[in-house]
Structures are given as structure tokens and as C-alpha cells.
Write a protein that binds this ligand. Sequence first.
Ligand code: TXA
Ligand code: MG
Length: 356
Amino acid sequence: MKTQGLKPSSENIAYSADVIAKGGLVVFPTETVYGLGANGLDPIAIEKIYQAKGRPPDNPMIFHISSPLDLEFLAQVITRDMEALIVAFWPGPLTLVVRKSSAVPFVATGGLTTVAVRMPDHEVALELIEKAQCPVVAPSANLSGRPSPTRYQDVWEDMDGLVDVILEGDDCQVGIESTVVDMTVPEKITVLRPGAVSVEEIKGALESYGIKDTQVIWDQEKPDVQKNPDNQESPHNQESPKSPGMKYKHYAPKGEMVIVQGERQKVKDKIESLKLEAEGQKNDQGNIKKVAVLFLEDIAPKEAAYQLFARLRELDRQGVDLILAASIIKEEEDGGMGHAVMNRMLKAAGHRLIKV
Ligand code: TXA
Ligand code: MG
């Protein structure tokens, strides 16, 4: 397949919308990461996404809509809790997992009776969805297991020849994927994937909407990946997690990554000694190991989120064998963007964490 790269002019967005409506694949920018989109009501088109990404068939997808009203078509019921979060955060980086209507094909939900939905905060994405006149399913536009693309140049690296169109928009402003929350249990909201919208902000939104009895909890992942980082292929012998995507190895750079956590000076010293040690070794090709240090610690978590995936991909292009990264959060901090970034870093590192 020949992939077309198009600047997101109004004309090109209309053309891309038509490609989606006819069953094709279009990569488009959102505020979080680039998405690989298809018509969410067309099972054959959805199947093409799994193929292009090499995505396990039980990993469900997020439906992207251009108006909150479109949720009525996809969801069985809309609760007051959902209303409160929609009012506060849509358009924006929050995905709601709700009971699905019969309009939603099972192939998009990996067989689940729930569906994940969000309204992205990006003009190009909204115009594309509106013009396609269908909900657009879109996982992140990376090959399965690779860091999510936040720059269109990174999309080309993974998707050339696999999709019909790449809409070459700006760099994604948030830089990590949306917060995913489970809304299917009455009066209990569970954060399945941390992101830019924090637990505290969700609690605040409920309060502003006059809701007092709903609990918000942060599902401390019980990561199968931690025990078995490379077990991507055999998900079925594992306990079924609530958000199926969370059990797979994710965001992995080609080089090995290790995170060092602790008091600042100790972290610096440890990284320095690991670097010296590794640079004396050879890689699999018999060359001196190339080591890079990733110090996101000195910048605000928001900026770290913006940079993380792009930096990992840059290090890959440089052929780095070992990435030594300083932890972004301190043990006692909770729930916000720092945690969301750390969640991605831990997965990128296959949970290799050294505490000093
Ligand atoms: O920011 C984002 O969410 C980006 C942009 C493109 O919108 N999309 C994205 O999609 O990150 P993806 O497919 O890479 O991640 C979707 C996550 C996975 O962890 C998946 O398991 C979870 O959402 N998910 C989807 N449907 C679900 C459902 N019905 N129940 C529980 N988790 C679900
Ligand atoms: Mg993804």
C-alpha cells in the first residue's frame, strides 16, 4: 500500500474523512498522541487496524467522537457521573469506559460488553471525525509495543506502507495517552490508565457537579508484565485485567532501559557508575555499548510528558543500547502527571527499577 502524507488543510481533512468512511486507515493528530483511525462501525476496517499494528485481538480500542451527544449512540446509559466528567474534561484527554450499545461491533472492543470513548481536544481530529460522519476508532499510531508517536515524523517510521493517509499535523501537546476511567460500576470510578487528567481533578469535577457519594480509585496495576516482561504473545493464560491493553509490554525502545530512583545526588552517582560500567562492555554486534542518560527530572512533569516518547524514539534512531533514566517521581507523590509519566517509563523499562 502506498501511504500518502498530507498537510491537514480543510480539503485534505475532507479527503481523509472520505477515506475513513470508505473503510480506509488514516493517521491523525490528537492532543495526546497520534491516532490510527478507522470507521468504528465497519468491522472490516477495524480488523485492518489490528493487522497494521500487529495488535493482539483482545486489546480493545477507543472510539473518538466529535460531540458529547454522540456518546448516546455508543453507550447503553449515561449516568450523572459521566455527565460530570464530560462537562469538566471534554474535549480532552479523558476516556470513559461504559456499557456498550448494540451499535458497537465486538471486534472493536475485543469481545467486551463495554466500550471506551473520548472526544479529543484537537481541531484536526474533530473536523476529521465530523466529516467522516461516524465514530472513529483509533489506537495510538505505533506498531504494537513501540512508544506512541507524538510527532508525525515518528508515525512514518512505523506506519509507512501500512495506512492510506498520514495527516501531518503539529507535535502532540500532551505527549502521553489519555487517562482511562471505568464508569461501569455505580458510584465507583476506577482509573485504569493514568494520564493528564488526575484523580484529584476527577474528584474535583464530581464535587463541582454536586456528586458526593461516588468514590474515585486508582487501580494499582497488578502488572503481569512485571513478572514476565516479554510475555506479549500468550495473554490468555493470565488473569483477565480490567483494561486489557495494560497487560502487554508497552512503549519499549529498542535499547534496554533501566530506571534509577532515589535521592537526587545518589541517583546521579548511580547512573554515572552504571554508565562507566556499561561503556566498558560490548553489545551483541561486538561494538562498544552506546549508553544514553535520560534526565527528565529537572523539568516539570508536564514537559516530561511532552518529551518522553519523542526522546525514546530519538535514542532508538541513534542506536543506543542502554538508556539510564532518572525516576520522575518521588515515592510519596501521587496521582498526577508525574505518576502518569512514571507509569509509561516503567513499562518502557520492562519494570527494571533500581532504588538507591
Ligand atoms: O490518548 C489516547 O487515548 C490515544 C489517542 C489516539 O486518542 N489512544 C490510545 O489508544 O492510547 P490505545 O489503543 O493505544 O490505548 C487504549 C487503551 C488500552 O489500554 C485499552 O486496553 C483500553 O484503552 N481500553 C479500550 N477499551 C476498553 C474497554 N472497553 N475496557 C477497558 N479498557 C479499554
Ligand atoms: Mg497504544
